[in-house]
Design a protein around this ligand. Sequence first.
Ligand code: ADP
Ligand code: DAR
Length: 379
Amino acid sequence: MPTSGNMPGCGASMCKGKKKALKMEDPAVVAKLEEGFQKLQAASDCRSLLKKYLTPEVFDKLKGQKTALGATLLDVIQSGVENLDSGIGVYAPDADSYLVFEDLFNPIIEDYHVGFTKDDKHPASDFGDLSSFVNVDPEGEFVISTRVRCGRSLQGYPFNPCLNEEQYKTMEAKVSGLLSSLTGDLKGTYYPLTGMTKEVQQQLIDDHFLFKEGDRFLQAANACRYWPSGRGIYHNDDKTFLVWVNEEDHLRIISMQQGGDLGTVYRRMVAGANEIGNKLPFSRSERLGYLTFCPTNLGTTIRASVHIKLPKLAADKAKLDATAAKFNLQVRGTHGEHSDSEGGVYDISNKRRMGLTEFQAVKEMEQGILELIKIEKSM
Ligand code: ADP
Ligand code: DAR
């Protein structure tokens, strides 16, 4: 429910560049916004992009606006206000928020996506030559597993803060019905979170198949209401093809397997995304590419990662981070963002997702991982 209290309807996917700002006059929301802004201003140790780009001028310009669905600036910034240790600090409550609150989103997008300016346009989707990807670690010395995921939003539905329980359930029914028609390597079963035992759920999380629960950043963003209603996971028998339903995004389409065979993993994710996309209209912006709840996932929405051990490079974490950054790679802990490395295993993935094609993003990751392994071998 947007903070303005309006009951969300079905939000159309983003209009072609027209700003649809309405006047927001809810005094309770204005008061919370003023309080939140003062808190951000006072937080000298906050390093989020929200703090960096929510200047007094931008705040004054946006605080009185809302989208057609009733999403306000408070819906956008509340997670970053509550969690001052956020890296980004904002989420889009609906597709139109990227237009109505563009004075805040655009500089954040330009900063995170390495120079994707407000005048740039994300390229058409292009998965490229699927046969051109290699096994990044054929001898199996360093890479434990490889994963490629993309995010998708269903046209006609807003993002978490604007969804009601009925919509979560309708989306789950629509998606799980479609997934049941998948065949071959993609054939599998949908498991709703509702009714899943805690033991089964925890084992799926520990094995890196299922999303974690209780992410405080998502909770503060109003992304976990009615939990676990409408949420679940689909996977094939080998758990090499998985789909997350209504976690952070409407869909996360995931391919993963043991070892470093990036080509096989990528081809499976592309096949899954195409199969689902042929049956369900995805929400896509002419300028921003595929739309997602968090601006860090816009564009290709692709994160290609390896779980990898690089003991020599990782002996100096700062050096590992700096070396990875040279290849536009991001280093995370074993359980993804906001987690630590366990047993020397790091999750290393492409950082760039916007302003380049899916092929280029995964190729950048492939080349970067090959370079890291070469450096590790040379030490
Ligand atoms: P996202 O991929 O959407 O950013 P996370 O970073 O939270 O989400 O990762 C989701 C889950 O996927 C985590 O449990 C993480 O450990 C797991 N994961 C990510 N990369 C790999 C990989 N290469 N092999 C196995 N599990 C992985
Ligand atoms: N935790 C939020 C979001 C960062 C990007 N990760 C996502 N979208 N899962 C932050 O601002 O740090």
